[in-house]
Design a protein around this ligand. Structure first.
Ligand code: SAM
Length: 275
């Protein structure tokens, strides 16, 4: 017998797989976080669930014992969370371990996940680390952020609206204002906003518009570029340096690109670093 761990949408309720709809309709018991959230999803898709049982971080062990009994009785059990993939900054890890330890299969029904969604459009997906939520206090948060000062991989974090400004402020302090950050706000929802900017500019963008402090956030910290100057040719650097003395950065980059080619993002970062 198998416990199914099933992803649900992170905003747009249509982001659910056919397989998820099938298994949720046929399950004997669906384990969920907030039953109201799950009922809303089920009514949207006309799923006539049989039984919902609340599973949260405080009752995972207790519910695991029941799930083992239900699986022994041959029932189909599915776990979902309020949004996205269970076990990803959500309850589920202890349940999976307990059920597998009891000798049952645990099988994923893949689907939406907030950080994977942003990573997929970040242009940085080659090499990344998922960290999830940072600690609440500035000291603890800064200690972790500082570890990523020189990393060669992208780091994905989750953030809540009431902490987004504090978190971005700490990113600027610990990683510098030129470090590229990709922000995904309200992904798949009406006010979806995706911005890829140097940390200092992103902080300004967020602080100057209170609407940008609302909703749900994924942040991806880009890898620390090795040495930008090494990634541009000497000719590109010469032309860029010459033009940047006379022209605004955007124009200098545009002309350099036209004359001799080269990556415009790298040129931009290079010019910022020269300031
Ligand atoms: N299990 C979920 C997943 O697969 O992504 C994550 C659950 S975690 C409790 C909730 C956090 O995920 C939010 O605080 C936010 O950081 C991120 N998140 C969830 N939905 C999001 C969305 N639509 N846009 C941006 N971030 C989102």
């Amino acid at each position: 017998m198998t416990l199914y761990v099933c992803a649900t949408p992170i905003g747009n309720l249509k982001d659910i797989t056919l397989r998820a709809l099938d298994i949720l309709s046929s399950a004997d018991i669906v384990l969920c976080e907030d039953t109201r959230t799950s009922k809303h999803l089920f009514s949207t898709h006309g799923i006539r669930y049989k039984r919902l049982v609340a599973l949260h971080e405080h009752n995972e062990n207790e519910i695991s014992a029941k799930v083992i009994e239900w699986l022994e009785d041959g029932l189909t059990i599915v776990q979902i969370s309020d949004a996205g993939t269970p076990g990803i900054s959500d309850p589920g890890a202890r349940l999976c371990n307990n059920i597998r330890r009891a000798g049952f299969n645990v099988s994923p029904l893949p689907g939406a996940c907030a950080y994977i969604s942003l990573l997929s459009v970040s242009g940085l997906s080659d090499n990344s680390l998922f960290h999830g939520f940072l600690p609440n206090t500035k000291t603890a948060r800064s200690k972790i952020l500082s570890q990523w000062a020189d990393v060669s991989y992208a780091v994905c974090i989750y953030e809540a609206p009431h902490r987004i400004v504090a978190c971005m402020t700490d990113i600027v302090e610990c990683l510098g204002e030129t470090r590229e950050i990709i922000m995904g706000r309200e992904l798949t929802k009406q006010f979806e906003t995706i911005k890829k900017l140097p940390a200092g500019e992103l902080l300004n963008f967020i602080t100057s518009d209170s609407n940008q402090q609302r909703g749900e956030f994924v942040l991806i910290i880009a890898p620390q570029p090795k040495n930008i100057a090494d990634e541009l040719t000497t000719q590109q650097l010469n032309v860029l340096n010459l033009l940047a003395k006379e022209l605004p950065p955007k124009k200098a980059i545009q002309l350099t690109h036209q004359i001799i080619g080269g990556n415009k993002d790298l040129m931009y970062t290079y010019l910022i670093q020269q300031k």
